[in-house]
Design a protein around this ligand. Structure first.
Ligand code: ZN
Length: 340
């Protein structure tokens, strides 16, 4: 009887252990260790599980993530985009893009806050007193913005430089010899984008894209009106298509993208020194960017300087704009100031 009881007890014990292994397979198979991680000092640390059996695992393989490099810059200017419109329209693609962006919704344009002088400052890096564009119409006989601009600098370095715009007067920002191509499409933002995508410049170094429709609707129906916000929503749809085109070509990881505007607006106008006219968004995402809000005041001339900095181009020493290095997580050594 005694030995039969032992056999029954042993059987029960065996059954309990077998059930535990079925329920908790980790007891039966050793847990693999997580891959090693590389610390800042260049030494490896090996995380151990609670089982602590690190002795018979092979030595960890070190993998270094290469430093991301900006090989291209895409600047999108949404004409007359007040920062408030981003959430009011809303602009889901831009809002999503901001998650990985360094940004400020309090960047400042130049005075007067009008299209051609503002874009000239955005893309030349100069204050109006230096680039001398004091007109706001297409007047070919007035020539081009003075000084060495972003396109001059990039083109001289052998990069392809493109402008795809919704207003012809932007042709006067830089000389044709500094552009691979200038494409003017007198149509809605989605049509401008359709044209851009139909002949997408796969090898661009600097690509400037300009959406004109929000400004036109602002003049017609008022800034932040329902009508303007509806075309801002369309501009965002077009922006999403451009991002998808970059993704489809695997270009996104090497492209710095800056989304900004030339001015804001109030009532059905702009051009004044009012905050509603002067305040613009400045949103940058790409390799090396540290996401989050910027503390420095960004001026529109900083766009050219940041693009040149990211591409490793030597900027002209007389530029008024400075690179927004804070966007790359670097210490702020110099900031731009409002133009006279
Ligand atoms: Zn404008």
């Amino acid at each position: 009887m005694q030995s039969l009881r032992h056999v029954v007890l042993l059987f029960l014990l065996f059954t309990i252990v077998a059930c535990q292994i079925l329920v908790f397979p980790a007891l039966a198979t050793p847990t693999p260790l997580p891959p090693s991680t590389l610390t800042a000092s260049g030494t490896t640390t090996l995380s151990q599980t609670s089982t602590g059996t690190a002795t018979d695992t092979p030595p960890p393989t070190l993998t270094f993530t290469p430093v991301p490099q900006v090989r291209r810059v895409l600047i999108l200017s949404i004409d007359g985009l007040r920062p408030e419109a981003i959430s009011l329209a809303p602009m889901p693609n831009l809002l999503n893009f901001m998650q990985t962006s360094a940004y400020t919704l309090n960047a400042q344009t130049i005075r007067p806050s009008v299209t051609l002088p503002s874009h000239a400052s955005m893309l030349t890096g100069y204050c109006p007193s230096d680039h001398r564009v004091d007109w706001n119409d297409y007047i070919p006989e007035r020539g081009y913005a003075l000084g060495t601009d972003l396109f001059d600098t990039a083109h001289a370095a052998g990069l392809e430089t493109w402008m795809v715009v919704g207003k012809r007067k932007l042709e006067q920002v830089t000389e044709p010899s500094s552009l691979t191509d200038f494409i003017y499409v007198a149509d809605r933002d989605l049509v401008v984008t359709e044209r851009l995508l139909s002949e997408f410049p796969e090898n661009f170094g600097v690509l400037f894209v300009h959406f004109a429709t929000p400004d036109g609707m602002g003049h017609q129906y008022g800034w932040l009106s329902t009508e303007q916000l509806s075309v801002v929503f369309r501009a965002d749809e077009a922006f999403g298509q451009i991002l998808a085109a970059l993704d489809a070509r695997n270009l996104r990881s090497e492209t710095l993208i800056i989304v900004t505007a030339d001015h804001g607006g109030h009532d059905t106008s702009h051009g004044s020194s009012m905050p509603e006219d002067m305040t613009i968004p400045w949103i940058a995402s790409g390799p090396g960017i540290r996401p989050g809000p910027l503390t420095t005041t960004v001026h529109t001339m900083d766009t050219a300087a940041t693009a040149a900095f990211a591409l490793g181009l030597e900027p002209p020493s007389d530029w008024d704009g400075v690179p927004v290095v804070e966007a790359f997580g670097l210490p702020i050594e110099e900031i731009s100031s409002q133009c006279e």
